[in-house]
Design a protein around this ligand. Sequence first.
Ligand code: UDP
Length: 241
Amino acid sequence: MRTDVLGVGFDNVTLDEAVGRALEIMDEGRSAYVVTPNPEIVQMCRKAAAVKDAVAGAALVLPDGIGVIYGAKILKRPLKERVAGTDFAEKLMERMSKTGKSVFFLGAKPGVAELAAKKLASKYPGLVIAGTADGYFTDDGYAADIINAANPDFLIVGLGAPKQQESWMASMRDKLRVGLMGGFGGSIDVWAGTVQRAPLGWQKAGFEWLYRLIKEPRRIKRQIKLPLFLLAVIGQRIGRK
Ligand code: UDP
């Protein structure tokens, strides 16, 4: 049973458990997908049924964002830990490198996915790079052809708005032949080094959002929604009593 936070069901797993499950699902080779919703995506699910259905259809729903962890705590059904998409995908690639599995990077600006692939391949020798493509394509069928020709064990999808990676994976699933795929937003930029994550201390203290806000003040428009998310969670708790 998934843990419900504002209508989105989360799998209550640690990072290691999530990676273990992902490896099993990957071997089934049914193009299943992983999502890592943060509060912003949860709010989107409440407004857009297509996004909600896409998230519910995932084989693994991992809690990214400290807001989801707080939300679950407020609802008195705490989740084991925050599983950030970037950490999950990287740990999975580390494990994949031990058995020579392959990964395809789809997303970010032209050239960034190649850079990310190069850096990860040298960090984890044994990891096979099946291919890369930027995230500004207009023809989904063409993108699917390139991915299917590369036949990766793992497809990393890093698409921002307007594509909406969760809905994209749900709608493309039947057209793709991959072991497993997952939506990881701006992670490709992080691996490429074009965007820096917060230092570990900030991440552990639950302040990654603050670090990002300081680095990119224009995010205030998005982060201002976090208190609204927590208010909605409090509403869910009161409504349940
Ligand atoms: N992106 C993409 N295709 C698009 C729009 C965005 O590949 O049409 C990429 C963007 O380059 C970045 C990632 O998606 O690598 C996340 O973008 P955004 O800033 O929207 O998302 P965030 O992670 O900040 O939610």
